[in-house]
Design a protein around this ligand. Structure first.
Ligand SMILES: NC(=O)c1ccc[n+]([C@@H]2O[C@H](COP(=O)([O-])OP(=O)(O)OC[C@H]3O[C@@H](n4cnc5c(N)ncnc54)[C@H](O)[C@@H]3O)[C@@H](O)[C@H]2O)c1
Length: 259
């Protein structure tokens, strides 16, 4: 269900917008009237989206772990559409491994992408929003901000960091009229989780713990994400919204038997 016209003439950045949850957020924002810039490394998907979505969309090949590129992302957004009202910081991935085996390189990959990337995005997005006197930022963390995952130390730690970074940003930016919130998805079927959910045994282990009895689709994330950005959430900042089919109340599956 869309809320036609809710974001008419508003301008949004979506990092990780070329796949999964970010892609679904881009599609819904456009349907609700926004002009959207997707920042991603997946050039092919961005090019296809450009053809499909036309002049209200701009796809930019950007690495969110590089400050000069994030700064450029905001500059090009303002140049193309005239400002920045909302940001959805979605880009993320994980290189799993048990702590005793995890290399420094893999730790850095996951933490730089999931945590430093969100810091760099908030920094440059909020600078622009300050100039405009208002804005709203939604950072995608994870249920793993609250619940550890076997072989997921880097990812869970980074996502817990995103949740605290969100609260800190909400504190610092409130007087600038910028709201900052976190979305914490549970299990969402996307290219990121395909290796897990394509293994029936692993998928069943997850589903046993998800009271709503199914994995989410990327579209299940768009309503809550857009709500946090919208005026309906005008008094919501520094919050964490779990969107997990009640999984947090039933505990995480024991994945150790697959290692
Ligand atoms: N899928 C899930 O079950 C799930 C659950 C909780 C949280 N999340 C989080 O949601 C977010 C989106 O996940 P998804 O499932 O849609 O994954 P996805 O793999 O479908 O999409 C992630 C996108 O991020 C992009 N990306 C990766 N590194 C980048 C970089 N350095 N700069 C710019 N873009 C980059 C990828 O190219 C990809 O398009 C991630 O932060 C993920 O941690 C996902």
């Amino acid at each position: 269900m869309t809320n036609a016209g809710r974001f008419n003439n508003k301008i949004a950045i979506v990092t990780g917008g070329a796949s999964g949850i970010g892609y679904a957020i881009v599609q819904r924002l456009i349907k609700e009237g926004a002009k959207v810039v997707a920042a991603d490394l997946n050039k092919d998907s961005l090019e296809n989206m450009q053809k499909e979505l036309g002049s209200n969309f701009l796809g930019l090949e950007i690495d969110v772990t590089k400050e000069d590129q994030v700064e450029k992302l905001v500059e090009l957004t303002v140049e193309q559409f005239g400002g920045l009202n909302y940001s959805f910081n979605v880009a993320g991935a994980s290189r799993p491994g048990q702590i005793v085996e995890l290399s420094e390189t893999d730790w850095n990959f996951t933490v730089d992408l999931c945590l430093k990337g969100v810091f760099l995005c908030i920094k440059h997005q909020a600078r622009q929003m300050k100039k405009q006197g208002a804005g709203a930022i939604v950072n995608v963390a994870s249920l793993n901000a609250h619940v550890p995952m076997y072989a997921g130390a880097a990812y869970s730690s980074a996502k817990a960091g995103v949740e605290m970074l969100t609260k800190n940003a909400a504190l610092e930016l409130a007087r600038e009229n910028i709201r900052v919130n976190a979305l914490l998805p549970g299990l969402v079927e996307s290219p990121l989780t395909a290796p897990l959910v394509e293994n029936k045994e692993i998928k069943d282990a997850y589903l046993e713990r998800i009271p709503l009895g199914r994995a989410a689709q990327p579209d299940d994330m768009t309503g809550p994400a857009l709500f946090l950005a919208s005026d309906d959430a005008a008094y919501v900042s520094g919050a964490s919204l779990l969107v997990d089919g009640a999984w947090a109340v039933s505990g995480y599956p024991d994945l150790s038997r697959w290692y």
